[in-house]
Structure formats: structure tokens, C-alpha cells
Write a protein that binds this ligand. Structure first.
Ligand code: GSH
Length: 223
């Protein structure tokens, strides 16, 4: 099945429901100020959106947050109150006290640094950033964009399979935010297109392990 670029956001998060840690609440665009003052961490997302990758990582970190689901079809992401948080009018966006950040990869990076166990080593930090950017751009486009899928999927999955043959996780022995970013798109593509990926057994094994994580089950894995 082929998919157009504009459909990407409707398909990357196939399995969407409410996180258990999150307190889900329908947004009242007139009331964003009030909402912000109630909890310091607020995730703005949409029902079928990349906000799920952030929800998963927040749950991995064990951080309670307020889950604000915007109605994208109704254009709530274009209301002035939300544009004040993300001027691009896209989700996800995260509000942490007085700080707003948007772009799912940047949000993961911020959370990993502030609440995770990001080492101070520049090499490790840069490699982590490399994988987050790869997931959000090269991998997501290669897996989902109509004109690229056939050529890019084997090109990207072959080296991923080799890396995962030698390591349980994308950066080695430890589960990191890079695994959240990478596996989110792998899972979404595999589910969306009903792929077996027999030729990539270590990718499949990796996905099976990650999708059994409690935080995944409680967020992306919910249907
Ligand atoms: N690269 C951005 C993509 C953001 C994006 O396109 N979000 C979609 C939902 S997945 C959106 O807000 N769509 C609504 C719109 O474009 O009006 C990210 O990873 O955060």
C-alpha cells in the first residue's frame, strides 16, 4: 500500500490511546493559560500524531504530565493560543514551566537531557542526536513517503539489521532515547504496511523487545 507525504502524520502513530500516567483532557483554547498554571509539564498533541513518541518517552522517564489533545481536524492547532506555544501550528509541543519546545526530536532531546541520564560526553551526545535526527527525517521519510519507500526501505533496514545483530540497542548495551525515536517509526511502518521483514530478523527481534516495554504498551501500544 502506498502513502502520500501528507498522510504521514495520520499513519506514523497507528496505535493511539491515552497514556496511563498522563491526565488526558480535551483542550479549551480559551483556557490554555489556566491549564498551564496547573501542571508544569504539558504535552500538546493530536490523536494520530507524533506526540505519541514523546508520550512514550515521558512514560519511560516516569514523569507525570498533562496530556492536551488538540483536535487537528477542527484546526485547534491553528488557534492563536496554541500558535503562541508553537508558531508553526504543528504538534507535538511541550510546555515545561516557562519553557516551550516543539519538534518531536527536539522534545526528546530536551527530556533526555533534563530528566534522563544523558552523559556529558560530547561524542555520546552527538551520536544520540544523530539517531534522533535520522529517525525523524531520513528514516521516517524513507519508510513512509510514496516515492522513496521501495528504494529506501532496504537501504536503511539492512544497516540497522547489522547494527542490531551486534547490539541489543541502537547505541549499544543500554536502552536510550535513540531507541524510542528509531523504533517508533519502525513500529509504525511495520504495522501500517503489514510488513513481515523476514529479511531483517534483528530489526524484528528489536521491535518485539521494545514493544513489550511497559511504557510503550501504555502509550503507543494502546489501541
Ligand atoms: N517534524 C515535526 C512534524 C510535526 C507535524 O507535522 N505534526 C503533524 C502531526 S504528526 C501536525 O501537526 N499536523 C497538523 C497540521 O499540519 O496542521 C515533528 O516531528 O514534531
Amino acid at each position: 500500500m502506498r502513502i502520500k507525504a501528507w498522510e504521514l502524520c495520520l499513519t506514523v502513530a497507528i496505535s493511539i490511546l491515552m497514556p496511563t500516567i498522563a491526565q488526558t483532557q480535551e483542550i479549551d483554547p480559551q483556557n490554555i493559560e489556566t491549564t498551564n498554571s496547573q501542571l508544569s509539564l504539558i504535552l500538546y498533541g493530536g490523536k494520530r500524531s507524533r506526540s505519541q513518541v514523546v508520550a512514550w518517552y515521558l512514560e519511560e522517564l516516569g514523569i507525570a504530565y498533562q496530556d492536551e489533545k488538540l483536535d487537528l481536524r477542527a484546526g485547534e492547532n491553528k488557534h492563536p493560543e496554541y500558535l503562541a506555544i508553537n508558531p508553526m501550528g504543528k504538534v507535538p509541543a511541550l510546555v515545561d514551566g516557562d519553557f516551550n519546545i516543539w519538534e518531536s526530536g527536539a522534545i526528546l532531546w530536551y527530556l533526555a537531557n533534563k530528566y534522563g541520564e544523558m552523559p556529558s560526553d560530547l561524542i555520546v551526545q552527538s551520536e544520540t542526536m544523530q539517531w534522533i535526527l535520522f529517525a525523524n527525517s531520513t528514516l521516517a521519510n524513507g519508510l513512509f513517503i510514496e516515492d522513496r519507500q521501495e528504494q529506501e526501505m532496504p537501504r536503511l533496514l539492512t544497516p540497522l539489521n547489522e547494527i542490531l545483530q551486534d547490539n541489543p540497542y541502537i547505541m549499544g548495551e543500554e536502552f536510550t532515547v535513540a531507541d524510542v525515536a528509531i523504533s517508533f517509526y519502525l513500529y509504525a511502518a511495520k504495522t501500517r504496511f503489514n510488513l513481515e521483514w523476514q529479511e531483517y530478523p534483528f530489526v524484528v527481534d528489536y521491535l518485539e523487545r521494545l514493544t513489550q516495554r511497559e511504557a510503550f504498551i501504555n502509550t503507543v501500544g494502546q489501541r
